[in-house]
Design a protein around this ligand. Sequence first.
Ligand code: BJW
Ligand code: ZN
Length: 246
Amino acid sequence: MVKEDRIQRAATILRESRDVVVLTGAGISAESGVPTFRGADGLWKNYSAQELATPEAFQRDPQLVWEWYDWRRSRIARARPNPGHLALTQLEKATHRFTLVTQNVDGLHDLAGNREILEVHGNIWKLRCTECGLERVDRTVPLDPLPPLCECRAMMRPGVVWFGESLPEDTIALAFQRANQCDAVLVAGTSAVVYPAAGVALAAIQAGIPVIEVNLEETELSAIVEISIRGRAGEVLPFLINDREL
Ligand code: BJW
Ligand code: ZN
């Protein structure tokens, strides 16, 4: 099947669906200049996300982990939503019930204008106290002092979910509930290897709901979804959502 056929079939599924769930990952922000986690651009000073995004790494060397987050915050502060993000705001407007489940912590879906967003891995602009649990939103770049301190003088940590940590319970539960009940799921820019988030797509597949994938490369989902489209999210999503004639 040629790519255009697949895009047209996927566009039809989305147009005919009253209840749509979208699952996004780092790939959707790549065209905004935000590095992804896996692959060549996922490294920072030769460290991988697997080495840095853990409670153990933070305990061992909070300064190192905070430098990584501070560097990422500065990249994200300069980033603007791209046509992929913007297409999803159109999809939300055109859909009766819409749920955007994002693994991204960059806040770009919110900046683009989506409303029903479930941030299952937290948000990089949130800080949380390691002692008293106080949370605050702080968009200062660079942070000073680094590591940042709470009012109680204890160290703050990034308000994100690291490997081995639980996802916000109500948020991930709602994501699964919506994915089990919707008419179609669109998955964009995720390698779909990190659980339980990737399970949102699997749950829909198991429930017999059509899942459409948009990714530059083949992923764990490609062989089992209804339609898998190879391409950049910023190019494919506007076609899928806005431009019905190909
Ligand atoms: C483009 C593109 C373009 C590029 N257009 N596409 C079941 C099986 C095995 C393991 C587990 C399991 N269940 C749980 C686990 C353990 C673990 C896990 O999943 N490990 C696997 C890696 C093996 N999961 C956890 O630990 C989770 N917690 C948990 O399970 O708690 C329960 C528990 C608690 C206590 C004890 C035991 C259990 C927590 C996971 C937290 C993940 N956190 C991170 C960091 C967030 C904060 C931060 O940002 O710093 O989340 S890791 C990182 O991976 C980040 C991402 O959200 C996440 C997913 O990555 P994503 O978004 O898919 O990015 P990439 O880079 O992988 O892929 C980009 C894709 O885009 C690629 O496919 C490209 O081709 C594509 N692309 N440009 C379209 N322009
Ligand atoms: Zn505190």
